[in-house]
Design a protein around this ligand. Structure first.
Ligand SMILES: [Fe+2]
Length: 299
C-alpha cells in the first residue's frame, strides 16, 4: 500500500469544487490561475473563490487575457469599488518608462501607503513590454515575512507604528502623482488582514522614513532589518511578463518592486485599484492621517 499516493476517487473538497485551476509559482507567494476568461463577468461564487486564493497567496497571475482598460476596470471591480490613483473616478494609473524614475519605481513598496487608507486590491495590465525583455515585477509576501520573523522581533514590531510619507518632497520631482502635495500617515508596523486575520509587516523603503518613538539611529537600524527581511528571496515571486497577462494582488499582504533593467526600451503598465482602507494593527493600533501639505509650502 502506498500511503502517500493521492486517491483519484477522493479529491480534496476544495479541489473538487474549484472553478479554475491553480499552479503555485512560489512556495510562500503567488499562484497562476487558469481556466477563466476575465473579459466575461464572473459569477459570485467564482469571485469568492478567487478572493480566497488571493488572500492566501497574495498574488494571482493570469495568462492570455488581453484586457483593454474598460475590461481591466470591470474585472478589478469584482473585488471592490474601483478608484483612480488620486481617489477619484475609476481610471488606471499609467506607469510609463519614459517618465524616468517616476515611471519605473524600482523600490520595494505597497501602493499608496502615504495615505491613511492605502489601496487594498489591485491589478496590473502590461500594455507595452520592453522589446529586449526584462521589466519583470517582483512581489514579496509581507505576511510570510512576518511569520518568519523571530518571535521576539514579532512582539517588538507589533507594538510599533511608523511614518509613511510621499517622496521626493518637491511636487516638480513627482509630476504624475500626489496632487502636488506632501502627505504622510502613521500606520501599525504589523497589520492584521481584515478577512483572514493574518498578520503582515507594513514598512517599505519607498515610503517609510521612520518608526515612531525610537531614537533616529534605532529607527534606521530596525527599518533596515525589516526591509532586508521582507526582501529575502524566500518571500518573493518574480513575474516575467508576457503579452496578455494580468496580475491581481492583495496590497495588504505584499510589496512589489519593478525591475529596472530595460534601459531605454518602452514599458507601460496600467495599475487599477479598488478603494483603500485604513490598516488595523494589534492591540487597537490603527492608521491615522498625519498631514497634507501643499508642496510650495515646503522649503
Ligand atoms: Fe506600485
Amino acid at each position: 500500500m502506498n500511503a502517500i499516493a493521492p486517491s483519484p476517487q477522493a479529491p480534496a473538497p476544495s479541489e473538487a469544487q474549484a472553478p479554475f485551476a491553480e499552479r503555485r509559482l512560489g512556495r510562500l507567494i503567488g499562484s497562476e490561475i487558469s481556466g477563466l476568461d476575465l473579459k466575461q463577468p464572473l459569477a459570485p461564487e467564482i469571485v469568492e473563490a478567487l478572493k480566497a486564493r488571493l488572500f492566501d497567496r497574495g498574488v494571482l497571475y493570469f495568462r492570455n487575457q488581453h484586457l483593454d482598460t474598460e475590461q481591466q476596470i470591470a474585472f478589478t471591480s469584482h473585488f471592490g469599488e474601483v478608484r483612480g490613483y488620486d481617489g477619484g473616478a475609476p481610471r488606471p494609473a499609467v506607469w510609463d518608462s519614459r517618465k524616468g524614475i517616476h515611471g519605473r519605481v524600482a523600490r520595494w513598496h505597497a501602493d499608496g501607503t502615504h495615505l491613511e487608507a492605502p489601496a487594498t486590491i489591485n491589478t496590473i495590465n502590461p500594455v507595452v513590454l520592453p522589446d529586449g525583455g526584462g521589466g519583470d515585477t517582483i512581489w514579496a509576501s509581507t505576511s510570510a515575512a512576518y511569520d518568519r520573523l523571530s518571535p521576539p522581533l514579532q512582539r517588538l514590531a507589533e507594538k510599533l507604528t511608523a511614518i509613511h510619507a510621499t517622496t521626493p518632497l518637491r511636487a516638480q520631482d513627482w509630476p504624475q502623482g500626489f496632487g502636488g502635495k506632501f502627505i504622510w500617515s502613521e500606520h501599525p508596523v504589523v497589520t492584521v488582514h481584515p478577512v483572514t486575520g493574518r498578520k503582515a509587516l507594513f514598512v517599505s523603503p519607498r515610503y517609510t522614513p521612520e518608526i515612531v518613538g525610537l531614537r533616529p539611529n534605532e529607527s534606521a537600524d530596525l527599518l533596515k532589518v525589516l526591509f532586508n527581511h521582507i526582501a529575502l528571496p524566500e518571500h518573493q515571486v518574480r513575474i516575467i511578463w508576457e503579452p496578455g497577462a494580468l496580475v491581481l494582488w492583495d496590497n495588504r499582504i505584499t510589496q512589489h518592486y519593478a525591475v529596472d533593467d530595460y534601459d531605454d526600451d518602452l514599458r507601460v503598465v496600467h495599475n487599477v485599484g479598488v478603494k483603500g482602507e485604513p490598516r488595523v494593527g494589534v492591540n487597537g493600533l490603527r492608521s491615522r492621517l498625519g498631514a497634507v501639505i501643499p508642496t510650495e509650502e515646503l522649503v
